[in-house]
Design a protein around this ligand. Structure first.
Ligand code: F6R
Length: 243
């Protein structure tokens, strides 16, 4: 595991965008695994800027997002489908046929999960998976648990996650209680993984996840076993670690 110290959120975002750019330049038809949330927004902004300058071409890139709320229509401005279009896809030359996100509108959880596993397998797996990390160590929506989930699964969101996400909804009652998420097994089968993490509030979980024991109680801790993980963390997020 490579841990890269960034000065602040902007520095973290530029460094992450550099790594994604290199991936797209080296393999123009690569599969990018993408995340939502506040951590990657700066990375997407930087990539959009470089695309607009003419430095990047996304026309052959394929994407597979980590997760989607169950039961939220794509048109809802809090769906992850909407988030990705708004923060990234609408601003670059990506082919919309090449975008994949678990289908939150599919009420049959078993079908939604099996379909998404098939989609990711048909893509040939993920070349570079971008991840944020929740305060409880979740990646995707894989919450702390007794086991590491292998494939796409339907999860009940934890109170702390609902609490953290309520800022995006009019009230806490509107935050969906379930989500479909790529499993830990699928995340771990990505060829490369890039984690972006920033802020003092993430410092305790950064220490636990990347320097503590590997346990499904801290889902991100499994990343310590992956052969090609880069964590880009800002000074605040690293403030409890001795590097
Ligand atoms: C989002 C996702 C989540 C977030 C995590 C951190 O697609 O999979 O695991 O990465 O909740 O969220 P932020 O970046 O908002 O702190």
């Amino acid at each position: 595991m490579r841990i890269i110290a960034a000065k602040d959120y902007n520095d973290m975002s530029r460094k992450a965008a550099n790594i994604i750019s290199a991936q797209v330049i080296l393999k123009p038809d690569c599969v990018l695994g993408l995340a939502t949330g506040s951590s990657p927004i700066g990375t997407y902004k930087q990539l959009i800027e470089w695309y607009k300058k003419g430095d990047l071409d996304f026309s052959q890139v394929k994407t597979a997002n980590l997760d989607e709320y169950r039961g939220l229509p794509k048109s809802n401005d809090q769906s992850y489908d909407y988030f990705m279009k708004d923060n990234f896809f609408n601003h670059i030359n990506i082919n919309f046929d090449n975008l994949h996100i678990p289908d939150g509108e599919e009420p049959d959880a078993e079908k939604a999960c099996a379909d998404y596993d098939r989609i990711v397998a048909d893509l040939g797996g993920v070349d570079l998976q971008l991840l944020g990390m929740g305060h409880n160590g979740h990646i995707g929506f894989n919450e702390p648990s007794d086991v590491f989930a292998k494939g796409t699964n339907c999860v009940d969101l934890q109170e702390s996650t609902i609490e953290a996400n309520k800022r995006f909804f009019a009230s806490i009652d509107e935050v969906p209680r379930q989500a479909y998420t790529m499993g830990i097994g699928t995340i771990m089968s990505a060829k490369k993984i890039l984690v972006v993490v920033s802020g003092k509030d993430k410092a305790p979980i950064v220490k636990k996840a990347f320097f503590g024991p590997i346990t499904p109680r801290v889902p991100a801790s499994i990343l310590q076993l992956h052969p090609d993980v880069t964590v880009i963390a800002d000074a605040d997020a690293l403030s409890e670690c001795e590097l």
